[in-house]
Design a protein around this ligand. Structure first.
Ligand SMILES: NC(=O)c1ccc[n+]([C@@H]2O[C@H](COP(=O)([O-])OP(=O)(O)OC[C@H]3O[C@@H](n4cnc5c(N)ncnc54)[C@H](OP(=O)(O)O)[C@@H]3O)[C@@H](O)[C@H]2O)c1
Length: 328
C-alpha cells in the first residue's frame, strides 16, 4: 500500500491557476469509513467556490476539493461491512482531487449496471442534491410542472431527467440555443433562453410552476415567486446571481407558497446516509433501466484540474466535467 499520493490542492484562494499538483500522505479510514483508490472524480461548482475562498470545507473534512468519485475500496475502518476490492461511487466530504480518499461507508453506492466508472463518478453530488431538494423538500409529484433553472448544468441535466422520469412536466432556463436544444433532448418540454426571453412570461403560458429549483437567486427570487402557482414551492440551492433580493411577501401569503432550500455538504453523516439509501432505491433503477443517464462533458487528467475549473467557469459546458485520476 502506497504511503504517498498525488493530489491537487488549493495553494491560496483565487482563480483556477491556484489549483496546484502536490504530494500528500495517503489518509487512513477511521471507524465506519472506507479508503477508496480514486479512478475518476467529478468537478462541481462548489469546488470552484471553495477554490475562490467562498465555500469553506466543514471542520472535519479534507481541505482538498472534490465532492464525489468512483473507484475501488482498498481498506476499511472498524465496523464496515463493505470489502476491499469492491468498486463504488461515493459522496465525499472533500478530498476527491486525489489518488486516495476516505469517506463514510454509508455514503458509498455500487456502480450502476451498464455504467462506466467515469459515468458513476458523475452521479453522487448531483443525484443526492436533486433528489433531496426536488422531491423531498420541494415535494414534486407526477403531473406537476417544475421549472429548473440552469438546465444545462450538472445539476440541471440531472433534475430535468429525474423530474421527467417521475412524470412531471419540465420547463427550464439556459443561456444559449445549443444548451436549450440539449435540455429539450433530455425531456424538457420547453427550454427558455433567458438571454432572449423572460421566463416569467413563458412559465405563465404553461399555467405557472408548482416547484422551482433555483441556483441563481438575486432578481430571480421575486420573478420565481411570480411564476409559482398557488401552493407552489421555491427550492434554492445556490446564488450565482447573489443571495439578496427585494420581495413582496404578500404574494407568498396569498398564494400559500413555501420558500426553502438546502446545502448538502454540511449536513450530518446520518442525513447524507439517509439520502444515499433513497437515491439507491429511487435513482439506481432508473440508471439501470436507461431512463436516466448522466450527461458527460469533457474530462481532464487530475493534474489539469485548473483547466477543468476554467471550463466550468466559462459556462461553455453541458453536463458534467470530470477528472481522470487512474482511469478505468
Ligand atoms: N445546495 C447544494 O447542496 C448544491 C450542491 C451542488 C451544487 N449546487 C449548486 O448548483 C449549481 C449547479 O452546480 P453544477 O455543479 O451543476 O454547476 P455548473 O454545471 O457549473 O452549472 C452552473 C450553471 O449555471 C448557469 N449560470 C452560471 N452563472 C449564472 C448566472 N450568473 N446567472 C444565471 N445562470 C448562471 C450556467 O449556465 P448558463 O450558461 O445557462 O447560464 C451554468 O451551466 C451551482 O450553483 C452549485 O453551487 C448546490
Amino acid at each position: 500500500m502506497a504511503k504517498k499520493m498525488q493530489v491537487v490542492e488549493i495553494a491560496q484562494p483565487g482563480g483556477p491557476e491556484v489549483l496546484i499538483p502536490a504530494e500528500r500522505e495517503v489518509p487512513e479510514p477511521g471507524a465506519g469509513e472506507v479508503l477508496i483508490r480514486v479512478a475518476w472524480a467529478g468537478v462541481n461548482r462548489p469546488d470552484a467556490l471553495q477554490r475562490a475562498g467562498a465555500y469553506n470545507p466543514p471542520p472535519d473534512a479534507s481541505d482538498l476539493p472534490g465532492l464525489e468519485c468512483a473507484g475501488e475500496i482498498v481498506a476499511v475502518g472498524e465496523g464496515v461491512s463493505r470489502q476491499a476490492g469492491e468498486q463504488v461511487c461515493a459522496l465525499l466530504p472533500g478530498g476527491g482531487y486525489a489518488q486516495y480518499v476516505v469517506t463514510p461507508a454509508a455514503h458509498c453506492l455500487p456502480i450502476p449496471r451498464g455504467l462506466s466508472l467515469r459515468e458513476a463518478a458523475a452521479l453522487p453530488e448531483t443525484t443526492f442534491t436533486v433528489w433531496s431538494n426536488l422531491f423531498q423538500r420541494g415535494g414534486l409529484k407526477a403531473g406537476e410542472t417544475v421549472l429548473v433553472h440552469g438546465g444545462s448544468s450538472g445539476i440541471g441535466t440531472t433534475a430535468i431527467q429525474l423530474a421527467r422520469a417521475q412524470g412531471a412536466r419540465v420547463l427550464t432556463t439556459a443561456g444559449s440555443p445549443e444548451k436549450c436544444r440539449a435540455c429539450e433532448e433530455l425531456g424538457a418540454e420547453r427550454a427558455i433562453n433567458y438571454r432572449d426571453e423572460d421566463f416569467v412570461d413563458v412559465v405563465k403560458e404553461f399555467g405557472g410552476a408548482d416547484v422551482i429549483l433555483d441556483m441563481v437567486g438575486g432578481d430571480y427570487i421575486p420573478r420565481n415567486v411570480k411564476s409559482l402557482k398557488p401552493d407552489g414551492r421555491l427550492v434554492m440551492i445556490a446564488f450565482l446571481g447573489g443571495p439578496k433580493a427585494e420581495l413582496n411577501f404578500a404574494q407568498v401569503m396569498v398564494k400559500r407558497l413555501m420558500l426553502t432550500g438546502s446545502t448538502l455538504r454540511p449536513q450530518s453523516h446520518n442525513a447524507k446516509a439517509a439520502i444515499a439509501r433513497v437515491v439507491h432505491d429511487e435513482v439506481w433503477p432508473l440508471l439501470e433501466a436507461g431512463t436516466f443517464r448522466p450527461v458527460m462533458d469533457q474530462s481532464f487528467p487530475l493534474h489539469e484540474a485548473a483547466k477543468a475549473h476554467a471550463r466550468m467557469e466559462s459556462s461553455g459546458h453541458i453536463g458534467k466535467i470530470m477528472l481522470e485520476v487512474a482511469g478505468g
